[in-house]
Design a protein around this ligand. Structure first.
Ligand code: SF4
Length: 436
């Protein structure tokens, strides 16, 4: 979601006549897109603000703004002790950036915009997308904003507001436009795409949306993120099985393998429900890759409860996982819970889970050596300039020897080595326009 916010902000600034630079030292406007999901990203954003302050001392006309979840959470408090800060912009106010910049330029005075929709029926304002050179392959498309789930550890419903879905027709029109401009892959974005449509007057759900997007000519790959296990319906699984251009990958955050921890997290499903949904997905789409999020060391988590998480990881054998130790986030329900674990207890458990999951990921990828995968070539490998890189439909990275002019093409690659990140492979064929 933050990547999409950053793209929307860049688009709005380019409509004002700015161009992008990779060097903060050259920037006339610097907008930080921030994250509050853990302490570390907030610390990083604050340290980046210090760096921008130093740059601004050499370039006094520079405009510095903070956007995203930390801006929404801290609001005008961010200005305290930061006289160089010009703008604080909430998650639902991005579209106002051009006006806010003009106000700062005219008055050289600190400005903020922090209105958050309080109900699901509040209007949505989606900035218009404009094209940048080099955006040839794929796009994020937000289909909904906000979240109504209030998981006990999460700040999202407080900083991104209540769940609001975009109308289906508007999304499909946008994707037709992207396809006409050469995009081959779209990722439908939302905090919980599985509940798409529940706030709309028309009766549509995420399966309907997938079917409508699948019918857009030219879109060869459809991905979506993120899915909530409690809302993963049979209708959606049927759509995933039937629609050829929906990729064989789902990110389905489990967080814990223990029912009591899941209850206190307010996740609204049990580990048995989760296991049953994974079985249904694998029965419908046999080559699906399933990835997840784990949160260990939630308040009150006992060693036995943590062992249930390890057991679930061993049983399900996820293709990959994002794994985190619980951090207190201010203003969430979990902040006030008893039984907070020490940092070293949490890190020790996290280390054990990482060891288990990384072994499983490597085992799965090694077991797939010899398979041939369709890969959309995205660029030169950042780690090895002699190789090019792309993603399989299962969302696994493949690096292989090839020609940079293959970037943007669909190719077939045989997996030769399995690694934690994916595969090293060899080119089998370039199959334009579409792999058979
Ligand atoms: S589903 Fe839970 S974890 Fe995900 S954004 Fe909503 S409240 Fe946060």
């Amino acid at each position: 979601m933050n990547e999409d916010d950053a793209e929307q902000i860049a688009n709005l600034l380019m409509q004002m006549g700015y161009s992008q630079t990779d060097s903060p030292e050259e920037a006339d406007v610097a907008m930080l897109v921030t994250c509050s999901v853990r302490e570390k990203p907030e610390d990083k954003a604050k340290s980046m603000l210090g760096r921008l302050r130093d740059i601004k001392s050499e370039r006094p006309g520079m405009i510095i703004g903070v956007c995203g979840c930390m801006a929404q959470r801290e609001g005008e408090k961010l200005k305290r002790g930061r006289p160089y800060l010009d703008l604080v912009i909430g998650t639902a106010n991005i579209w106002q950036i051009p006006d806010l910049i003009r106000q700062v330029q005219a008055r050289r005075r600190f400005t903020s915009a922090l209105d958050l929709p309080e109900t699901s029926s509040d209007p949505l304002t989606t900035p218009t997308r404009i094209d940048r050179e080099g955006d040839a392959l794929k796009s994020f498309v937000p289909v909904m904003y906000g979240c109504n789930n209030f998981c006990a550890y999460c700040v999202v419903p407080y900083v991104r507001g209540r769940e609001r879905s975009r109308p289906l027709d508007e999304i499909v029109l946008e994707i037709h436009d992207l396809a006409r401009k050469g995009r081959r892959e779209v990722t439908l974005l939302g905090q919980n795409v599985n509940s798409y449509g529940s706030t709309l007057d028309t009766k549509v759900d995420f399966a309907d949306l997938l079917r409508a997007v699948s019918a857009v000519p030219g879109i060869e790959r459809i991905r979506f993120t993120t899915s909530h296990p409690k809302d993963l319906s049979d209708r959606l699984i049927d759509a995933m099985r039937e629609l050829q251009n929906v990729c064989e990958h789902i990110h389905l955050a489990v967080q814990s393998g223990d029912d009591e921890v899941l209850r206190r997290m307010n996740r609204k499903y049990t580990s048995a429900h989760y296991r049953e949904r994974v079985a249904a997905l694998r029965a419908a789409v046999p080559d699906i890759a399933i990835t997840t999020d784990f949160l260990v060391g939630f308040p009150g988590e006992t060693e036995e409860q943590f062992q249930n998480t390890i057991r679930l990881a061993e049983d399900i054998r996820f293709d990959a996982a994002f794994m985190f130790a619980y951090n207190v986030i201010p203003n969430t329900a979990a902040e006030k819970m008893d039984g907070q674990l020490t940092r070293s207890e949490k890190n020790e458990r996290l280390g054990r889970l990482i060891e288990v999951q990384n072994r499983i990921t490597c085992e799965i990828n090694s077991s797939q050596i010899g398979n041939v995968y369709e890969v959309l070539v995205e660029g030169v490998s950042p780690k090895d300039k002699r190789r090019i890189t792309g993603l399989t439909r299962q969302n696994k990275t493949v690096n292989f020897k090839g020609n940079p002019d293959m970037v943007g093409k669909m190719v077939k690659v045989r997996a030769l080595e399995g690694h934690l990140y994916g595969f090293v492979g060899e080119l089998v064929e370039v199959c334009e326009p579409v792999c058979a």
